[in-house]
Design a protein around this ligand. Structure first.
Ligand code: NAD
Length: 354
């Protein structure tokens, strides 16, 4: 009786002081004793960079996902606050917070899916490549942790420049002997989300009815929307094609400029990240015909990595689809995309191998 009362008090004080953040062995509230349970059996998901502009709404949306039973929120700052806040949502997933490098391994142990929006965002005048030096080091550290603690997890890499950070992650995993190309996915979903929205505007359709494959990479001209393959089938004038292609390629810059120094896309990115993570989880569950675009190790072109439509299954990107028939405009775009992409991929590889 007495111990039950003490236990309840310790639970309450753990919430107040300050949250259910991972507090180590001396924690009054040891995880094993915590009575909170996920509503249904589900997947364990970690978000690395969970206190950031993308990380916070991403954490909120993942807490609402019924496929998630455990949600680990890791950041080098503010993880306790975000965790306390999100943990009050009355949805099934159990939320735990982890603050700083010493807690990275606990954050990652046993995870099925790791989503990485950690890093600095683009400011006006910065290209995605300008971010390279800072974000490359962050991604390396986080991927070393994944290789050690959850080598079989599916990794969704959001940190820019994706065209380089995915090759960096691959090299880290190769060095650790854990590399499985099917499990490493660069998130290009925001390009698809934007393409669906902008194409729907031009066609006067509901964006939910529109599906635009976007291939190549995730920066400027490497973003190649295949407007000839839009579903439902439709055609565009050359002006419309030019306008849509440019707007989709420059979508990130449009937001960076509008935010005028306050960061890059966060809310639409969190939406896109959850849409993609949910597809990965449905694939893990064994659902059939889960197809999304992602930047993955690929033999579709001569480049070692390329974004195309992939089929997501129990082991990650189980099938990588070919580019399909392209028109002349798209073929010319492909040449440009590959020219730029090769340099970004090499930059990522040599960051680790040098
Ligand atoms: N793939 C895409 O489509 C896409 C779209 C938009 C932004 N991004 C990229 O996502 C990243 C995050 O953007 P944001 O707007 O959320 O930035 P932000 O600065 O608001 O948040 C980044 C978070 O990462 C954390 N962080 C920094 N170093 C860390 C480390 N070593 N370990 C864990 N966390 C760490 C920071 O503390 C911060 O909370 C940027 O690289 C940005 O360019 C990608």
């Amino acid at each position: 009786m007495q111990s039950e009362a003490n236990f309840r008090i310790s639970r309450i004080s753990a919430h107040l002081n300050p949250s259910n953040v991972e507090m180590g062995e001396n924690s009054m509230l040891e995880q094993a004793k915590c009575r909170a349970k996920g509503g249904a059996p589900g997947f364990k998901v970690a978000i690395l960079g969970a206190a950031g502009g993308i990380g916070q709404p991403l954490a909120m949306l993942m807490k609402m996902n019924p496929l998630v039973s455990v949600l680990h929120l890791y950041d080098v700052v503010n993880a306790p606050g975000v965790t306390a806040d999100i943990s009050h949502m009355d949805t099934g997933a159990v939320v735990r917070g982890f603050l700083g490098q010493p807690q990275l391994e606990n954050a990652l142990a046993g995870m099925d899916l790791v989503v990485i929006p950690a890093g600095v965002p683009r400011k006006p005048g910065m290209t995605r490549d300008d971010l390279f030096k800072i974000n490359a080091g962050i991604v390396r550290t986080l991927c070393q942790g994944i290789a050690k603690c959850c080598p079989n997890a599916i990794v969704n890499l959001i940190s820019n420049p994706v065209n380089s950070t995915v090759p960096i992650a691959a090299e880290v995993f190769k060095k650790a002997g854990t590399y499985d190309p099917k499990r490493l996915l660069g998130v290009t979903m925001l390009d698809v989300v934007r393409a669906n929205t902008f194409v729907a505007e031009v066609l006067g359709l509901d964006p939910r009815e529109v599906s635009v494959p976007v291939v190549g990479g995730h920066a400027g001209v490497t973003i190649l929307p295949l407007l000839s393959q839009v579903k439902p089938p439709c055609s565009f004038t050359s002006e419309e094609t030019e306008y849509l292609t440019k707007r989709i390629q420059d979508g990130g810059t449009e937001v960076v400029q509008a935010k005028a120094g306050a960061g890059s896309a966060t809310l639409s990115m969190a939406y896109a990240a959850v849409k993609f993570a949910d597809a990965c989880l449905r694939g893990l569950r064994g659902d059939a015909n889960i197809v999304e675009c992602a930047f993955v190790a690929s033999q579709v072109t001569e480049l070692p990595f390329f974004a195309t439509r992939v089929r997501l299954g129990r082991t990650g990107a189980e099938e990588i689809f070919q580019l399909g028939p392209m028109n002349e405009y798209e073929r010319a775009g492909l040449v440009e995309a590959k020219k730029e992409l090769i340099g970004s991929i090499e930059k990522g590889v040599s960051f680790i191998s040098k």
